[in-house]
Design a protein around this ligand. Structure first.
Ligand code: DGJ
Length: 688
């Protein structure tokens, strides 16, 4: 490297905790030089990357490092950002020119083109100073004169440092979301794909990468459909993390002049590890939620009728339930599945969105007004994207169900999926749901989606179906801006940052077993803030597992999220009902602290996990024992977020008050009292 080598141009974004740097060589895609914890202002990599890399043996003379938009067939041998062709032509791509615009201090726009393959790419990168999240998205335009078939277009990609050790992703199934999967990062390709047409229970569109030095990287795709993410070793020892929509063959065929816009990839990193990553994601998701009235009101306590009543709606009993619910402090009554015409089990009626006159002879108004009269909000369950073959809608429009000519239909839960991309279908649904919102005091829709997509159109329409669902939600909330939406798909089948911008709560799982919920919620909270995590107190035994858990444990586990109750409170004994009422009162007293601050999660070994909400000077600490101890003495609990030079006062669950030095609590840990096999304790920790 000669001393007088010209300094390359760089594009640099900083946020309080992160820095991204790209080198801008002439006539090429920007090269990824750095993505990681914050570097000082004014820092640059100095010499051009290539000048620091002698040519290895048996290599091309043209050195092609990792770029922001890696190509195919022209010197880059790793995963490319694009797989596309024009009837077999123009399959090899490389960027031939790039211009950089800075439309805002935190945003860069890389305007790239391949003048040979006739494509234009705009890659937008925003490193938000208020969240520390780098949002990447790509728009590809076909500037040629023939159709361009796209098989893959990455939303974005980020490099991972040489000491990246493991990727933590999530598997699962209905009733068992957020099953952690840890894979070592090696020289083998790591890839997760989802082709179920919606976000899925078994493949959350995001992950966490941990490094040897304690730094963690996170990324998630803001998309509620098919997706793919991959991490591949790069020949300089780094790894390369790419994310995007998984596209079916023929799904995207761009006519001349047409563009494909990817979903957004949200990426962040933190020297504080997984908790720093979670906190950044929480800030970003919070900023994107469109709350009625502009700000989030305290999350109201729910009563959901599903597990208490299932399909057996009886108006008088539901009114009684509402009265009993209001008496223990419930604030929103959500009438779940079973209210609409002919819906007595899961074999029929999806699509027929008007009240069942047998169950509700005067419609839903008497019940809704009873609920509102008790001072609660009224919410209603819908599953707009679905249709049962046994329904008036199907009898009138069998062709509205997604199908492929010559292929037998495949039902799941006895239902098919509507083709929401047809304007007449979206209009029908709007035309049925809007009058309900107009005529009834409905403040909330629980929006369900209880099957995977198959037969997704004669030509694949997966992505358009997702966009159509977002559009229908937006159309309804534009007309009825006071209405909140809960995203549910058989529990947690549609939890992602894409739908978070169109909804206000996630139903995290159909499994309300509190022990299972500990795992589910910890995974959820890695990517989403607690106030959008629907967390209910269910019945005992738990319907999904048959396991028995004490009321205080069920309430403790549900406490940090958007709290709710999903059982027939009328059936509780006096003591249990009083316990539940006390838990509701405690939630109301604590929800502001639980839902606005930072969140840390950790493990204290021996079956004890913890989470802390607030700030380094004022914390609510939730300590959860998930199984009986196997130790003679309890483990200690170390709290890394405290200030080492402050002293803290601790109020324990047992109303003990004691003091501890921050440094001691960080390094040695807090002593824990004996806890039952399943128990949650809530402590308050204040800096003195
Ligand atoms: C699946 C949801 O996750 C449940 O909470 C409930 O709403 C049922 N669907 C109703 O069919």
């Amino acid at each position: 490297m000669s001393a007088e080598a010209p300094q390359p141009r760089y594009a640099i974004l900083h946020s309080p905790a992160c820095t991204a740097i790209w080198e801008l060589p002439e006539g090429e895609a920007p090269l990824w030089r750095y993505w990681g914890p914050r570097l000082p202002d004014g820092v640059t990599p100095g010499a051009a990357l290539r000048s620091t890399r002698p040519e290895p043996s048996f290599s091309l003379h043209f050195d092609q490092p990792l770029s922001l938009f890696p190509g195919l067939g022209l010197g880059w041998f790793g995963q490319s950002a694009l797989l596309a062709h024009r009837a077999g032509q123009d399959w090899a791509q490389a960027i031939t020119g790039c211009r950089v615009e800075q439309p805002a201090p935190d945003t860069l726009r890389f305007l790239m083109a391949d003048a040979v393959a006739d494509i234009a790419i705009t890659l937008s990168a925003r490193l938000d100073p208020s969240s520390d999240v780098l949002t990447l998205s790509t728009t590809l335009t076909n500037t040629g004169d023939k159709i361009l078939d796209i098989q893959w277009l990455a939303a974005g990609s980020v490099p991972l440092p040489e000491d990246a050790l493991a990727v933590h992703s999530f598997a699962g199934r209905h009733n068992a979301e957020f099953v952690p999967v840890k894979d070592p990062l090696t020289r083998s390709l790591w890839r997760r794909e989802n082709r179920r047409g919606l976000t899925s229970h078994d493949c959350f569109p995001g992950a966490l990468v941990t490094c040897a030095d304690g730094t963690a990287y996170g990324a998630q795709l803001a998309w509620s459909g098919n997706h793919a993410q991959q991490i591949e070793w790069v020949e300089d020892g780094r790894h390369h993390w790419q994310m995007g929509e998984w596209l079916a063959p023929g799904e995207v065929r761009l006519a001349p002049g047409e563009s494909l816009i990817t979903p957004e990839m949200l990426a962040t990193c933190s020297a504080q590890g997984a908790n720093g990553v979670a906190q950044a994601f929480h800030r970003a998701i919070r900023a994107n939620i469109r709350w009625p009235g502009g700000t989030m009101k305290p999350r109201p306590v729910h009563l959901n009728t599903w597990e208490g009543f299932y399909f057996d709606h009886d108006e008088a009993a539901l009114k009684d339930l509402a009265t009993a619910a209001a008496a223990i402090g419930i604030e929103r009554f959500v009438l779940d599945d079973g209210w609409f015409a002919g819906r007595h089990d899961d074999t029929s009626s999806l699509g027929d969105w008007w009240p069942d006159m047998g169950k509700y002879p005067k419609g839903l108004a008497p019940l809704a007004e009873h609920v509102v009269g008790l001072g609660m909000e009224f919410g209603l369950w819908v599953e707009p994207e679905m249709i049962n073959p046994a329904s008036d809608l199907y009898r009138a429009h069998p062709d509205w169900a997604l199908h492929i000519a010559g292929r037998p239909l495949l039902s799941a839960r006895n239902q098919l999926v509507l083709d929401l991309t047809r304007p007449e279908v979206a209009d029908y649904l709007y035309g049925k749901i809007a009058p309900l919102l107009e005529s009834l005091p409905i403040a909330y829709l629980k929006w369900d989606h209880n099957r995977d997509l198959t037969h997704a159109g004669q030509t694949p329409l997966y992505r358009r179906q997702v966009l159509a669902a977002y559009a229908l939600m937006d159309r309804l909330t534009a007309t009825f801006p006071h209405v909140e939406i809960e995203a549910c798909a058989g529990g947690g089948g549609r939890i992602d940052a894409g739908i978070a911008a169109h909804s206000h709560r996630f139903w995290a799982s159909d499994c309300i077993d509190a022990i299972e919920r500990v795992r589910i919620q910890r995974g959820f909270l890695q990517f989403m803030p607690p106030e959008v995590m629907g967390s209910h107190v269910g019945a005992c035994p738990a319907h999904s597992t048959g396991r028995m858990q004490a009321m205080d444990f069920r309430c403790g586990v549900a406490l940090p999220g958007h709290f709710g109750v999903e059982l027939d409170v009328r059936l509780l004994g006096e003591a249990e009902r009083a316990e539940l009422a006390a838990a509701i009162a405690r939630y109301k007293a604590l929800r502001t602290r639980l839902h606005h601050g930072l969140l840390w999660q950790g493990e204290a070994t021996d079956g004890v996990v913890w989470q802390a909400h607030g700030s380094a000077t004022s914390l609510l600490l939730l300590i959860t024992r998930t199984r009986p101890t196997t130790q003679r003495h309890q483990p200690r609990l170390r709290l890394p977020m405290l200030h080492p030079d402050r002293r803290y006062r601790i109020h324990t669950e047992a109303a003990d008050v004691w003091e501890v030095d921050g440094a001691w609590a960080i390094r040695s840990g807090l002593p824990l009292p004996p806890m039952r096999g399943e128990e949650v304790q809530v402590w308050q920790i204040e800096a003195i």
